[in-house]
Write a protein that binds this ligand. Structure first.
Ligand code: NDP
Length: 483
């Protein structure tokens, strides 16, 4: 399961070069050096993938659930057997600490296959009895060929979160990982070959969004699209796919509030808040980038957050002591840095961080940014309304529950929210009123894969996770039988 220098597409069960023969540079963000090349695929490669998927679909959709389950379990095992190689590759590709890839990204990718390998065995459909007249039963059939497109922040984790339920439900898949982080998707191709997944059932095509992703969205034979990425890309995808009546699942951006009441368990809250602010350098759609703190503990919280943030180790992603690695690309570093400048222009005070980390040796050109805490901004300024997706949080005091809620709900996003309090009636009031698809009370990123996952407002449409994903990747057909 070794990473290679020239990545290939996985089409019709084989590793193949792009038809154009053209490749794109793949950069290691910690060194800013090109270390491999990925296919610069285009519509012709997508067409080959669709032809392969079409050929595979009749067989795969009729394959027994037990056999589909066995193959997905086998892929999961192979990922587990190669955990170190996958984790190191993810770290080099994305700049994230190896420790994070080893404990979060790759185990979760392994778990995604394992979870849906067993979930499909328990997936059932409904029956509705019309007393004395008829019985309705609902078939849930695979859709056909589906497209899965994922972003760079949790590369294999999010890629497999889509692919595993799509395959389990009996669909054939044409998938594109982010061009920024293609390596573990390429290694997954090898795992699928080793597992004996039939040719054409899963096809992985690498390349740029507009050149390789767009033909997936536009292809008339691809009947459903599961997409995770930015809100603007989601809007473009919906504009093409909706008039074609494709089934759409869009998991988009977030600007999540982390709401802290004075009665919380302060130590536990601090520990988790440090993670929810800066895990993966803030490049997780669920990070709590707007921290709202009840005024009576604001000063204590501020001092503690700054102290703990300053103690985080930023540097070599392979070192055990590293908390934050490099940001994923130069373009992203520039985007995040521009928001830090904007925070100052909007009247904010940078309490810590705000600049690149001076590095030496191999890492001297890497995209390392200090974790940054900003205060003094109004809830409705751009920095508090737009997704930054980096190691930058703002802190704001509030006086009442209503005020906290109005700040929390003020953005166009609605992905997740975290609330810290011991007051159970407040928990119920807040949970009802917060505009978010996922709410954590006294915790963060505690994930049960059976639960519905997704956002409201501009954070997306549809739900992933558990049976929701299996429902998305199947078409219900009702059969009414008269007595
Ligand atoms: P993008 O929207 O830029 O890209 C996501 C994927 O879409 C990539 O594979 C990209 O390819 C591809 N793509 C881009 N343009 C098109 C197109 N026209 N047609 C088809 N595919 C296209 O997102 P990022 O990769 O920058 O990821 C960060 C974003 O993802 C953040 O906004 C974050 O909030 C969101 N996200 C949401 C999550 C959720 O569950 N709601 C989870 C994780 C991230 P390429 O890389 O080549 O551009």
């Amino acid at each position: 399961m070794t990473p290679d220098q020239y990545l290939k597409n996985y089409i019709d069960g084989k590793l193949v070069p792009p038809q154009s023969g053209q490749y794109l540079d793949n950069v290691n963000p910690a060194t800013a050096e090109i270390y491999s090349y990925l296919p610069d695929s285009e519509a012709a490669d997508i067409e080959s993938a669709v032809v392969a998927a079409e050929k595979a679909f009749p067989g795969w959709s009729k394959t027994s659930l037990q056999e589909r389950s066995r193959l997905l379990s086998r892929i999961s095992e192979i990922i587990g057997q190669n955990l170190t190689a996958f984790a190191e590759a993810e770290s080099i590709d994305a700049g994230k600490p190896v420790s994070m890839a080893t404990t979060i990204d790759i185990p979760r990718a392994q778990e995604n296959f394992k979870f849906f390998a067993t979930a499909i065995l328990h997936f059932s459909s409904e029956a509705h009895h019309m007393v004395g007249q008829a019985i309705n039963f609902t078939l849930r059939q695979p859709i056909g060929i589906v497209g899965c497109i994922s972003p760079w922040n949790l590369p294999l984790y999010l890629f497999t979160w889509k692919i595993a339920p799509a395959l389990a439900a009996g669909n054939c898949v044409v998938a594109k990982p982010s061009e920024v982080t293609p390596m573990t998707a390429y290694m997954l191709s090898k795992a699928c070959i080793e597992a004996g997944l039939p040719a054409g059932v899963l096809n992985i095509v690498h390349g740029l969004g507009p050149k390789a992703g767009q033909p997936i969205i536009e292809h008339p034979k691809i009947k459903a699209i599961s997409f995770t990425g930015g809100t603007e890309t989601g809007r473009r995808i919906a504009a093409v796919a909706a008039p074609m009546f494709k089934k759409l699942s869009l998991e988009l951006g977030g600007k999540n509030p982390n709401i802290i009441f004075a009665d919380c368990d302060f130590e536990e809250m601090m520990k988790v808040t440090l993670r929810s602010s800066f895990a993966n350098s803030g490049q997780i759609c669920l990070c709590g980038s707007r921290i709202l703190v009840e005024r009576s503990i604001y000063d204590k919280f501020k001092a503690e957050l700054v102290k703990r943030t300053e103690s985080l180790v930023v540097g070599n992603p392979a070192a055990d002591e590293t908390d934050l690695g490099a940001l994923v690309s130069q373009a992203h570093l520039e985007k995040v840095s521009a928001y830090i400048r904007l925070a100052k222009e909007e009247g904010g005070t940078i309490l810590c961080g705000g600049e690149r980390v001076p590095m030496t040796g191999d890492f001297k050109n890497g995209y390392f940014l200090r974790p940054t805490v900003v205060e003094g901004l109004s809830y409705d300024c751009r920095v508090n309304q737009e997704e930054i997706f980096g190691p930058v949080v703002t802190i704001m005091p509030f006086d009442t529950e209503e005020e906290a809620l109005s700040y929390a709900n003020s953005t166009r996003y609605g992905l997740s929210a975290t609330v810290w309090t011991k007051d159970i009636t407040r928990v119920n009031r807040m949970s009802e009123k917060l505009e978010a698809g996922v709410i954590w009370i006294n915790c963060w990123l505690l994930r049960d894969l059976r639960t519905p996952f997704g956002g409201v407002k501009n954070s997306g449409v549809g739900r992933e996770g558990g049976l929701e994903a299996l429902r998305f990747f199947t078409a219900p057909k009702n059969i009414c039988m008269k007595y």
